[in-house]
Design a protein. Structure first.
Ligand code: HQG
Length: 178
């Protein structure tokens, strides 16, 4: 089984187009694993898919994108559906990082970091992850340093996705350096 392809398809189902898969996410983004499997099986590609394939997909991935707990599965981050997924508001580490394309810098300096098509701005705890995120769009990305301690003190809300990824509604440029 091609787990990368499966992961991409699951991203569509759990982050972007649950309706196309006849799925309804709950307030925290969870769906029943059985419902997801049922829906994936309608496509020839995944006609024999089982829960163990989803578990292997999660295990083999270099990125922590999904979790299965009991009979449910969810994406940790990345949602673009209109219904905003509720994330746990939390005090962030004092510094976070965001890797992005150099060509976006001018606009970010003017408007701060905004979620664009997703529900939240995505931030990393470590520089290495930020570089990988930035490299998706720029061979030589820029890593922005977020003074999350000051931002938090000044009322910017942060949300926990998982140990390495934090989310925020928007980050004004006052709290960003590069
Ligand atoms: C940029 C992937 C101009 C922002 C990744 C980013 C991550 C602005 C792009 C996760 C801007 C949005 C999320 C402004 C923000 N002006 N550009 N004011 N504010 N931007 O893909 O953070 O592999 O929605 O810098 O690895 O790149 O799918 O966000 O470049 O973890 O699991 O607008 O998605 O994870 O792009 O990536 P995205 P992102 P997966």
């Amino acid at each position: 089984m091609n787990y990368d392809k499966l992961s991409k398809e699951v991203a569509y189902a759990l982050r972007h187009s649950p309706k196309d898969y006849e799925l309804e996410l709950d307030a925290n983004g969870w769906v029943l694993v059985d419902k997801l499997l049922e829906s994936l099986r309608r496509s020839d590609k995944w006609s024999r898919i089982e829960i163990n394939d989803l578990k292997k997909m999660i295990e083999k991935s270099e990125k922590k994108r999904y979790e299965i707990v009991d009979d449910k599965i969810r994406a940790f981050y990345g949602h673009s559906i209109p219904m905003k997924i509720q994330k746990k508001e939390m005090k962030p580490p004092s510094t976070l990082y965001h890797g992005t394309s150099r060509r976006f810098l001018e606009s970010i300096m003017k408007n701060g970091l905004v979620p664009k098509t997703r529900q939240y701005v995505h931030l990393s705890e470590d520089i290495h992850t930020a570089i990988l995120v930035g490299k998706r769009r720029d061979t030589d990305p820029i890593v922005l340093k977020i003074n999350s301690e000051d931002a938090y003190k000044n009322g910017v809300k942060f949300y926990f996705a998982h140990e390495m990824i934090w989310l925020a509604d928007a980050i004004p440029y006052d709290f960003i350096s590069h």
